[in-house]
Design a binder for this molecule. Structure first.
Ligand SMILES: [Zn+2]
Length: 280
């Protein structure tokens, strides 16, 4: 029997990484959401694909009122927003909105979620979310993986939540907004990507939490990503035409992409655009 869509996209395995921080693992352990508890409130970072059963899971983990925010506005992070009355999003969410709202972008009919017209509360650099004895700072992110990323920084616990901007598998640095009007300049993206890595590095976090392919990750990845960008400009980063990624290879965009590697870090990027800056 074929597995139901809910079983693929809405099977959650929560586990605690500290007394008051949950990782909610899904997609067979390859993707994560996070639940941070303070003494008064809890903060859920991201809402998954919109399978409709996340809220129930999260309410079993905490008895505190739940605030919800998106690390960025992509389908696997924000399609479940309509399970909640209110969600905090980046002020630039609309640029990436077609990636969620284009028919067929996600496997569920999110207009059937309990709050399809949920309230979006704009947040950005300099905002902070007070959970009671635990303050989470919102940090602006220069567009690299997408146009609507935010970092969430829990200074006291030296934790930073980085969305899809950094991860141990590969960071998607090609335009994935599904929006033909979205700005995308390859040099700007690469420069922003390096700038974001340097920003995280300067905070010296103990934990870096990405949303895919392993969590938390060591900060040596940041150095490898910084070196990857430098290596593109010097012509020393390694380019591989074979992506070695089962799902990305199914994407119609796949033949135009390549993988670029430096030590443990790698990115997917459009090859033609990469070559316009490689070794230059
Ligand atoms: Zn993403």
């Amino acid at each position: 029997m074929e597995p139901k869509l809910e079983e693929i996209f809405g099977s959650y395995m929560p586990y605690k990484i500290t007394d008051d921080t949950w990782v909610i693992s899904f997609m067979n352990g390859s993707e994560y959401m996070y639940l941070l508890e303070g003494t008064e409130k809890a903060l859920l970072l991201d809402t998954g694909y919109g399978a409709g059963n996340l809220r129930e899971c999260v309410e079993r983990l905490t008895d505190k009122p739940i605030l919800v925010a998106n690390t960025h506005y992509h389908p696997d992070h924000s399609a479940g927003n309509g399970e909640f009355e209110e969600v905090m999003v980046s002020g630039t969410w609309e640029i990436d909105a077609p990636s969620v709202e284009t028919p067929g972008a996600i496997p569920f009919d999110i207009s059937k979620l309990p709050h399809p017209d949920y309230k979006k509360v704009m947040i950005g650099d300099g905002d902070s979310i007070d959970l009671g004895s635990r303050v989470v700072e919102v940090l602006g992110v220069a567009p690299a993986h997408c146009n609507s990323s935010l970092f969430f920084y829990d200074k006291k616990n030296a934790m930073i939540f980085v969305g899809d901007e950094f991860e141990a598998g590969q960071v998607n640095l090609f335009d994935n907004s599904n929006n033909s009007d979205a700005p995308y300049d390859v040099k700007e993206r690469l420069d922003n990507f390096k700038k974001n890595a340097l920003k995280i590095k300067s905070l010296r976090p103990r934990y870096i939490f990405p949303n895919h392919n392993g969590t938390p990750i060591a900060d040596c990845y940041l150095d490898d990503f910084i070196g990857l960008v430098d290596g593109i400009y010097s012509g020393n980063s390694v380019i591989e035409d074979k992506l070695n990624h089962k799902y990305i290879e199914m994407d119609p965009k796949a033949p135009s992409l390549c993988r670029v590697r430096n030590r443990n870090a790698s990115i997917f990027i459009k090859k033609e655009l990469l070559m316009s800056v490689y070794g230059k």
